[in-house]
Design a protein around this ligand. Structure first.
Ligand SMILES: Nc1ncnc2c1ncn2[C@@H]1O[C@H](COP(=O)(O)OP(=O)(O)OP(=O)(O)O)[C@@H](O)[C@H]1O
Ligand SMILES: [Mg+2]
Length: 238
């Protein structure tokens, strides 16, 4: 198991939410390329956890393994949480014509009509798209689409959000909006979710409860965001 520097982490992130971990996961693509190499991850509780790493280091493959889209060649996953994925490009995620229909598609099946309508309005409010239920998706800006995509991921009642470079296509204002919403959800009293967020934008690390570096298919220990930023900046300056 990867040793974790818990002393570096802020205690408020160590809540009672179910524990989630990966133990020595390996995965090779059919081409023979080894994308994950004995990759371990031990998430201590709800909160916003970030992963940085160079192109091709295995971050997206890791998300595919956690979400069950791929089966590992070896290793163990313990994930009692319902998972939802959010991608870099919302156009890969939003499939239906309006905000309402896209959210309705992701809602659990056991809700009645009123509950469905209330839930859709609640989700739109949550991501700052109130009153936009009937808006055709193609008329939304990129930042609005990405926030709808987040609402859609949350509609399924997921407790573990996997966000793969969710702000890569956003301007600084939309980037901050998405970061603030996810950060708030990850610390919501009593109902905090767990989010794992892949980024190449080091300034985002200041929002997280802990961050890891992925290198050649394996994750390093969790550390405080600003400590990892400093270490990466030192490496870059060498
Ligand atoms: N569908 C696929 N078929 C074959 N090889 C793949 C496939 N997807 C990814 N790979 C390979 O697996 C390795 C890890 O890729 P992955 O997409 O997980 O990296 P990443 O860390 O997400 O990179 P980036 O920062 O560029 O998104 C790379 O060598 C990549 O070429
Ligand atoms: Mg990727």
């Amino acid at each position: 198991m990867i040793p974790m520097n818990f002393a570096e982490l802020d205690n408020r992130s160590l809540t009672n939410s179910p524990h989630f971990n990966l133990d020595r996961i390996s995965y090779s693509w059919p081409s023979g390329k080894k994308a994950l190499d004995k990759c371990s991850l031990d998430i201590p509780g709800s909160g916003l956890w970030m992963i940085v790493g160079s192109n091709g280091s295995g971050k997206t493959t890791l998300f595919r393994i956690i979400s069950g889209m791929l089966k590992p060649d070896s290793g163990q996953i313990h994930c009692p949480l319902k998972v939802a994925l959010m991608f870099q490009n919302p156009d890969h995620h939003l499939l239906l014509p309006t905000c309402r229909s896209d959210l309705a598609f992701s809602l659990p099946n056991n809700l009645n009509l009123k509950e469905r309508r209330d839930r859709i309005n609640y989700l739109l409010n949550l991501v700052g798209l109130e009153g936009m239920a009937s808006r055709p998706i193609h008329t939304l800006s990129g930042g609005q689409k990405q926030r709808l995509s987040l609402a859609s991921a949350l509609a399924s009642d997921a407790k573990l959000l996997l966000l793969d470079e969710p702000t890569a296509l956003l301007d600084p204002t939309s980037q901050k909006k998405v970061l603030n919403i996810v950060q708030e959800l990850c610390h919501w009293p009593g109902e905090a979710i767990t989010a794992i967020w892949i980024t190449h934008r080091l300034e985002e690390l200041e929002y997280c409860d802990g961050a890891m570096k992925m290198e050649q298919g394996s994750l390093g220990p969790i550390q405080k965001g600003h400590n990892l930023t400093e270490r990466l900046n030192l490496l870059a300056a060498r």
